[in-house]
Design a protein around this ligand. Structure first.
Ligand SMILES: [Zn+2]
Length: 409
């Protein structure tokens, strides 16, 4: 075991050195070192929380607007029954003069060369980073969730992966069951905590929403398993991402631009802005779009912020589509600020984002699962709770779940 570990670390060290030269030339995707896979914790039964269930007034459906003039980079065969319409009164994603997607505030800073170089060099230190302060994991065998057809629930699988049930459908956000989010596993960021539920134990999944193509959010092995498990599962992705899935044999894909809405049964799936970027290889920076998602039914309204810096768009989303019963906001991967501030919110900004979209309850995601950045492992949830306590969310409506925990919302 030790030999294997040593070999792996030597391999990683060589790999990291070779990519530093490449990475510092362009906008960086956090690269990290793997550690030993943690063994599962003792079995605990998940609990359903007893949060109040305020009935939200229905927002009228916006009337469709003319289709935008911008041509998507990729145009897959749309799924006929799910043709998106422009309906949220939110601007399409902007593009730069090379046709690449950009942000509402233009191109973002990823820090100076020296900041980025320092960051990647510090990744070596994480070869021996322990898992003190990682989230607790409770084993969830999913029996209640597989039978559930009426209770709105959210289950944290880990990182930005949530299983949400509302209005009689089950969907996943940014599903990743892989141990290492990386183009070259097992080289890549360590997983500190195993997924909170086995993929095989999931209820039948109606659809998946993917926020963007970074490896910790768009995990091809997981998406292929989900498609193989249920051929009817629909994968909603932002513009420019469908071809990647289709090439991997996943055909039930629907691409949306910011401000577009697809109707899935009785639910509206809204593709909405974030402030982020995309990249899976050296030549594809910002060629595929990034997004957040609002999933809106007649009884529940859910917002998934994906992976984003804090930006003015949250207020607009709240104005156009709020209030939400539950908003999942990313609270981790924010240090060093000189590199991360524009693309990753810190916990205080995440609380503000949940306020901006007019959430009843804020749910912390995107922390404690993969080793992506410099902040101490236990810090994001502590700062999130402290910041939320000072707001209308208070203690009861700022949720930090255990991995594998299910709550009613
Ligand atoms: Zn990302």
């Amino acid at each position: 075991m030790l030999k294997k570990q040593l070999f792996r670390r030597l391999f990683i060290t060589g790999f990291i050195l070779s990519i530093i030269a490449l990475q510092v030339q362009s906008s960086p995707e956090p690269i990290n070192s793997p550690e030993l896979i943690k063994s599962p914790e003792p079995i605990n039964s998940p609990e359903l929380g007893n949060s109040p269930e305020p009935v939200k007034s229905l927002e009228p459906i916006k009337s469709p607007e003319p289709v935008k003039s911008l041509e998507p980079i990729k145009s897959p065969e749309p799924i006929k029954s799910l043709e998106p319409v422009k309906s949220a009164e939110i601007e399409s994603a902007p593009r730069d003069n090379q046709g690449r997607f950009t942000n509402q505030s233009g191109e973002l800073s990823h820090g100076s060369l020296s900041v980025r170089l320092g960051f990647y060099l510090r990744r070596f230190g994480t070869l021996f980073r322990g898992d003190d302060g990682a989230p607790k994991r409770v084993v969830n065998e999913g029996a209640f969730l597989r039978d559930n057809n009426s209770t709105p629930t959210v289950t944290w699988i880990g990182h930005a992966t949530l299983l949400v049930q509302m209005e009689g459908v089950s969907f996943l956000t940014d599903p990743i069951w892989s141990q290492t989010p990386s183009p070259l596993p097992p080289v890549g960021p360590s997983r500190w905590v195993d997924p909170g539920m086995a993929l095989e134990d999931l209820p039948s999944i109606d659809f998946v929403v993917v926020s963007h193509n970074h490896f910790d959010h768009l995990d091809i092995p997981t998406l292929r398993k989900l498609a193989a498990r249920n051929a009817d599962t629909v994968f909603f992705v932002p513009l420019g991402n469908a071809d990647l899935l289709i090439k991997k044999g996943i055909t039930q894909v629907q691409e949306l631009d910011w401000g577009e809405t697809a109707q899935y049964k009785n639910i509206q799936v809204h593709c909405l802005p974030t402030q982020h970027w995309s990249k899976r290889k050296l030549s594809d920076t910002r060629k595929a779009l990034w997004a957040s998602w609002a999933i809106i039914g007649s009884e529940r309204r859910f917002y998934f912020a994906g992976d984003t810096g804090y930006f003015a768009g949250f207020k607009l989303i709240g104005d156009k589509l709020g209030p939400f019963d539950l908003a999942a906001v990313p609270i981790g991967a924010y240090e060093p600020r000189a590199m991360m501030a524009e693309t990753h919110m810190n916990p205080e900004e995440a609380v503000q984002a949940a306020l901006d979209v007019q959430a009843d309850t804020a749910l912390a995601i995107h922390f404690g699962t993969f080793d992506l950045s410099d902040e101490p492992l236990a810090e994001p949830p502590q700062r999130f709770k402290a910041a939320a306590r000072e707001t209308v969310f208070g203690v009861d409506k700022s949720w930090v779940l255990d991995i594998g925990e299910t709550r009613k919302f």
